[in-house]
Design a protein. Structure first.
Length: 379
């Protein structure tokens, strides 16, 4: 996934509503359901970019002051892309994996080449992943509290699990999370896994620097030039941990959710920002029991509890009563979500014909979602 800005940085003073932005990746298919190059879709709207693999497109918003503004901008931009896609005989697919039983070609950048050298053949897993990033404006003096809160909220990835498949086989309710965290970076586990709570910004900086040096060393051992690696990666961009402080953008970034329908993404971003905003008035306690989100205090569970619930969210999603109970205590209305993965997992193994039909069906759902909720604005 790319490490690019979402249209600007949040620079508020911490009062009122926090700025928020999203980046969502979608697979591009032709009218027969086959993966294809986005082509002219990148010119359909502001905030639309190529991703590092050929059939993947990213749509991002600028920092927005409210959920209403975020919804309007995301749907307006997606609407323009969907309209251009219709004219070109292409579709967008809101699935976390392409359900494609073969290799996904990349665009051949130097950055990707280095990652492939370091990760090896397992980097193919990453090429099959499409996700969502949620950026939340940093509250001055509360950045680490926000980072720790989003760490505890990581099991909320279950709310938008959108694909159980790797290739044509069912892997887990959240196949992308399993591929990304536990399979692609198996040789570099600290690069891709969720990190434990952090005490302060200095500790966070030390963690980043250690992981960066480890990555650079692995790249050099794999035959890359140190100067080239250091020109392509910074300590902040060289790790893929799901929750990150982004000094460059002034945000805390949550990278765990799957690609999903835009209405689901907006709801999730609204819920997450709403919980994080409580830190402006509430005390934060780490490792308490009972844990949960209240009006006067936010009590985070132990990291061991978080890690257990994350694994359950990836493997079983909302079918797990433990996950549902956890998310309810952390402030989410679980019943408001209908993740696609739970429905698609009933298919089990797929043929190529099944996979194309599934992509086309999900493209239909995205278009209905966009046209039902897109604001009426003129050109």
């Amino acid at each position: 996934m790319t490490d690019t800005a979402t249209g600007g940085s949040a620079t508020g003073d911490g009062g009122g509503e926090l700025l928020r932005s999203v980046e969502v990746e979608y697979w591009v298919i032709d009218e027969d359901g086959r993966l294809t190059d986005p082509g002219e879709l990148v010119d359909a709207s502001a905030g639309v970019e190529r991703e590092f693999v050929v059939p993947l497109l990213e749509v991002k918003t600028t920092p927005c002051e409210s959920t209403g503004e975020l919804r309007e901008e995301l749907f307006e931009r997606l609407g323009r892309v969907v309209e251009r896609a219709d004219a070109l005989g292409k579709r967008l697919v809101p699935l976390a994996t392409p359900i494609y039983d073969g290799e996904i070609p990349d665009l051949g950048s130097e950055r990707t080449r280095i990652q492939h050298r370091v990760v090896g053949d397992r980097f193919e897993y990453v090429r099959h992943c499409a996700g969502t990033h949620v950026h939340v404006e940093q509250l001055p003096g509360r950045e680490i509290d926000q980072l720790n809160a989003l760490t505890a909220l990581d099991p909320a990835l279950a709310l938008v699990n959108s694909s159980p498949h790797f290739g044509h086989e069912s892997l887990a309710t959240g196949a992308r999370s399993m591929l990304y965290r536990w399979m692609a970076y198996d040789q570099l586990p600290r690069q891709g896994e969720l990190w434990s709570y952090t005490d302060d910004t200095e500790e966070w900086a030390r963690r980043l620097e250690r992981r960066y040096e480890s990555f650079v060393t692995e790249a050099v051992v794999a035959g890359c030039e140190r100067e080239t690696v250091e020109s392509c990666f910074t300590p902040e961009s060289a790790v893929w941990t799901p929750v990150k402080l982004r000094a460059e953008f002034g945000t805390v970034e949550w990278r765990s959710p799957d690609a999903a329908l835009p209405s689901q993404i907006v709801r999730l971003a609204d819920d997450v920002v709403g919980i994080v905003e409580r830190l402006g008035d509430a005390d934060l306690h780490v490792g308490g029991d009972p844990y949960g989100v209240g009006d006067e205090a936010v009590v985070l569970p132990t990291f061991d509890t978080v890690r257990d619930r994350v694994e359950d969210s990836v493997r079983n999603g909302l079918a797990s009563n433990a996950v549902r109970s956890y998310l309810d205590r952390m402030g989410f209305d679980v019943d408001a979500y209908e993740p696609l993965s739970a429905e698609l997992r009933e298919w089990g193994s797929l043929t190529e014909t099944d996979a194309r039909r599934m992509r086309l069906d999900c493209a239909d759902r995205l278009e209905r979602d966009v046209y039902r909720r897109r604001p009426l604005i003129g050109d």
